[in-house]
Design a protein around this ligand. Structure first.
Ligand code: ZN
Length: 497
């Protein structure tokens, strides 16, 4: 270890320990904690996060970071950790502490106000709070903006470094140009795909059994991870020996099976991070988008691929005998790929999903750059759904109030969902040149696919950003054409276009 870095190391270890403690409390809150624990436990989390900010934003630590930046002897991994810490310090230093705390108090409230407005289906109840949240976010972005940088670009950079509005405008223009007409052709084709058998009264025990089987089959290691249930499935990790996923059980087989595969995709990423990087600031997925690239790759490109089910479909049939015994494999696969324009993003099929994200991207960009007022948002939302998906929400609950993100000030987060799908398609196109992906799946050798991703993506953690990972793996910069080509081929075949 470099000597200068050695002096910083105990501080980094402390920062990581505090982070792990907060993560564990968040996990516990969502899974096992009793309902009445929240208020008192939030005191514990508050104290820990105060310690965390102090540990990061400390004068001595700043000096050590500076010394490391001037020391040419640091290894690549050490340099990357210093870069991450410096980035975190910069973020904190730009924003006056009292404003930051006021914002934290506002967001603690705003999620609840959003929830109530959603329950009562009344956007007007939430609008004044949303205005305040946006106001803070705009101010923070202005503090942090570097020479002429636009506010929305500052926000985007938090989730997907290197993906500016300029690049995203091009990406979403391709989506709009290609996916909107493709969806229209699918709807106009009048091809009917039967999927009634995916809904039913499935027992939790059956779903859990098959969920654990699928997680393990895709690559979840139960000696280094656990699976619990929560209202909304998610993945979290403490280090590469402790990665946790959640699932939910319901009356929709599609949602229950594929959310496990999705979260396992996230988990496989975290489990694959190199031992020398885990438990450091670079020991996690490169970005939101690259994380979604892994989860959506396993969920959709692999999980909704007929070849994936060839070796295991009988087992799934046996788990749900009343429902699936008379359903052939190709019927099952067609059903889980059925396209149906809907109003809710989290229930969207693979084709329409990117349009839900496109709508949010256009709206939040306009909100932050001052071209759209909060008072105009609900109507703008509905207009875009009508234009791109051909359906119009009849309520705020099914429209502008459906996602929690904006209430927490997470502007710039949504694009990563669509970018992730596009990264995944680009990786898939390249992977197919190097191996017979479908053939391997049919032989049950999904481990080969995982090993490929581990070698090219997972092991690096945050050592490289998403653009560099794509470039090094595929030999090309990000290219959205792979995604639209993938969608076109798949859905033109399914809908006989
Ligand atoms: Zn995800």
């Amino acid at each position: 270890m470099d000597k200068t870095f050695g002096a910083l190391k105990p501080h980094l270890d402390r920062i990581m320990a505090l982070k792990a403690a907060m993560t564990l409390f968040e996990w516990d809150n969502e899974t096992l904690a009793p309902p009445k624990a929240a208020r008192l436990t939030s005191n514990v989390i508050g104290a820990l996060s105060g310690e965390y900010f102090q540990a990061v934003d400390d004068e001595k630590v700043r000096e050590l970071v500076k010394a490391c930046q001037e020391d040419p002897g640091l290894s690549e991994a050490e340099k990357a950790q210093v870069r991450e810490l410096s980035r975190e310090q910069e973020k904190l230093a730009c924003i006056p502490r009292d404003e930051y705390q006021a914002f934290a108090r506002l967001t603690a409230e705003s999620a609840r106000i959003w929830q109530e407005a959603k329950e009562q289906d009344d956007f007007a109840q939430f609008a004044p709070t949303l205005e305040k949240v946006i106001d803070y976010q705009e101010r923070f972005a202005a503090y942090r903006a570097k020479d002429g940088q636009k506010r929305y670009d500052v926000m985007l950079d938090d989730y997907e470094p290197g993906f500016t509005m300029e690049l995203l405008d091009q990406f979403f223009a391709v989506i709009k140009q290609e996916v909107v007409p493709l969806l229209k052709a699918v709807v106009d084709s009048k091809v009917q795909i039967r999927d009634d058998f995916l809904a039913g009264d499935f027992s939790d025990a059956q779903q859990e059994k098959i969920g654990r089987f699928l997680a393990e089959y895709v690559g979840f290691d139960f000696s280094r991870g656990v699976m619990a249930t929560s209202a909304h499935p998610f993945t979290t990790n403490l280090h590469n020996r402790d990665v946790r996923i959640t699932t939910h059980y319901n009356d929709n087989l599609d949602s229950s099976l594929f959310s496990v595969i999705h979260e396992t995709g996230h988990a496989v990423y975290e489990l694959g991070i190199r031992d020398d990087l885990t438990q450091t600031l670079v020991g996690e997925g490169a970005s939101m988008g690259m994380h979604e690239a892994q989860s959506r790759f396993f969920e959709n490109i692999i999980g909704r691929n007929k070849s994936f089910w060839v070796p295991i479909y009988e087992k799934v049939q046996a788990a749900f005998p009343q429902t699936l015994t008379h359903i052939r494999l190709d019927q099952f696969v067609d059903a889980v790929n059925k396209v149906e324009p809907g109003l809710i993003r989290t229930e969207a099929d693979e084709l329409t999903y990117s349009l839900h994200v496109l709508i949010r991207y256009e709206l939040e960009k306009e909100l932050i750059e001052g071209q759209l007022k909060v008072s105009e948002l609900a109507k703008a939302w509905a207009d875009k759904y009508e234009a791109y998906l051909g359906i119009r929400p009849q309520s705020d609950r099914e429209g502008v109030l459906q996602d929690i993100h904006w209430s927490q000030g997470s502007f710039g987060y949504f694009p990563s969902y669509a970018l992730g799908s596009a990264f995944g398609a680009q990786l898939y196109a390249h992977m197919k040149k190097e191996m017979d992906v479908e053939g391997l799946l049919e032989e049950g050798r999904i481990d080969k696919i995982r090993a490929y991703l581990r070698e090219h993506i997972h092991q690096y953690g945050k050592l490289k950003d998403s653009r560099k990972l794509l470039k090094d793996t595929t030999g090309e910069d990000f290219d959205p054409q792979y995604y639209v080509r993938y969608l076109r081929e798949k859905f033109e075949e399914l809908y006989h276009l």
